[in-house]
Design a protein around this ligand. Structure first.
Ligand SMILES: *Cc1c(COP(=O)(O)O)cnc(C)c1O
Length: 360
């Protein structure tokens, strides 16, 4: 069976090499006589798998020693709650920047725990840009400042890091983590669900500065306390073992690709192909301000929405799937994560050109 080019936003495409390796090791991992799925999470074999995944993540992101890496469950959505639960530290307020649907979800969840000061928002413009920091109104007594550094639905990406001074910066990086090098030391906490750019669903990764641990109020359930997970090397209960293993294979693949600087070059090239065509086209357009366009999620609309269905049908015939945009934006969305080869983007642009020649 031929594999398709999968432009889905998540769960998303994985590197084919990784899938082959997981398949080859399915029944017998490294002579253990069992699948990783069947291993004890307390056994030497799985402990080595998890430790190597953490070491590779640390190497790829150049994570400083005073940050902990946690492998958690509950997706990025649980982090919308765990962040305020763990970081408020007696304060009453947190600052949030509202750049799209995922920021909105984070804000809504945080309101159960604290006052949320929306320091800046692009909602009035349909979430098509990132507000410049000069326009932000930070509250001064906030426990932290939260951003979603890549809005998966709107296709808006921070290409800069806000300066929040002493106040910890928290970022939901679910849909662009590992797509480019980042300076972890600029953040208090970074979190990401795995199913976009790291591995299978079921795993969420948190990178947190050590001094922010141990601030959860008394009475916090242990599964919701970062310190409990940090002290137990993310094994306070059974971790999502197979998801950790596959994420580890993806991290090794990223190292073989040359690391995150090399991935960034590839991602710039891939996104560039698509945006360049969108800029030239009179049939298709990108709704996002040029400076803030995401390299990972590229929404685009057709001049005439009645062409959406024939466009999608033709894409599917050509082996390109999951291009339908989110209902809040309409049109199309091409998610072109690390694992999407440039050939997929080339085929998409070729098809768009052909479609425009026919319908433009
Ligand atoms: C997908 C996504 C989420 C939600 O992730 P879950 O794992 O489904 O909880 C949150 N934030 C961003 C930016 C996302 O792309």
């Amino acid at each position: 069976m031929a594999r398709v080019f999968n432009f889905g936003a998540g769960p998303a495409v994985l590197p084919e090499e990784v899938l082959h390796q997981a398949a080859a090791e399915m029944l017998d991992w490294h002579g253990s006589g069992m699948s990783v799925m069947e291993m004890s999470h307390r056994g030497d074999e799985f402990i080595a798998i998890a430790a190597e995944a953490e070491a590779d993540l640390r190497e790829l992101l150049a994570i400083p020693a005073h940050y902990k890496v946690l492998f958690l469950q509950g997706g990025a959505t649980l982090q919308f709650a765990m962040v305020p639960m763990n970081l408020l530290d007696g304060k009453k307020c947190a600052d949030y920047v509202n750049t799209g649907e995922w920021s909105k979800r984070a804000i809504k969840e945080a309101k159960a725990f604290c006052e949320v000061n929306v320091a800046a928002s692009s909602e009035e413009a349909g979430f098509t840009y990132v507000p410049e920091q000069a326009t932000w109104r930070l509250s001064g007594d906030a426990a932290y400042v939260h951003i979603c550094s890549n809005e998966t639905i709107g296709g808006v990406e921070f290409h800069w890091v806000p300066d929040t001074g002493e106040v910890p910066l928290v970022a939901d990086m679910s849909s662009h983590i590992l797509s480019r090098p980042i300076d972890v030391s600029r953040y208090g906490l970074i979190y990401a669900g795995a199913q976009k750019n790291i591995g299978p669903a079921g795993l969420a990764i948190v990178v947190v500065r050590e001094d922010l641990l141990g601030r959860a109020p008394k009475g916090t359930a242990s599964m919701l306390d970062y310190k409990v997970h940090a002290d137990a090397q993310s094994m306070s209960n059974t971790p999502p073992t197979y998801a950790v293993y596959v994420a580890g294979l993806v991290l090794k693949w990223l190292k073989r690709q040359g690391g995150l600087a090399a991935m960034e070059r590839k991602n710039v090239a891939k996104a560039g192909l698509l945006y360049e065509y969108l800029g030239d086209s009179t049939l298709f357009r990108s709704p996002v301000r040029e400076a803030d366009r995401s390299r990972m999620n590229v929404p685009f609309t057709l001049r005439d929405p009645s062409l959406d269905a024939p466009f999608l049908a033709g894409a599917e015939e050509r082996g390109m799937v999951q291009l339908k945009g989110h209902r809040s934006v309409g049109g199309m969305r091409a998610s072109i994560y690390n694992a999407m080869p440039i050939e997929g983007v080339q085929r998409l642009v070729e098809y768009m050109r052909e479609f425009e020649a026919r319908h433009g």
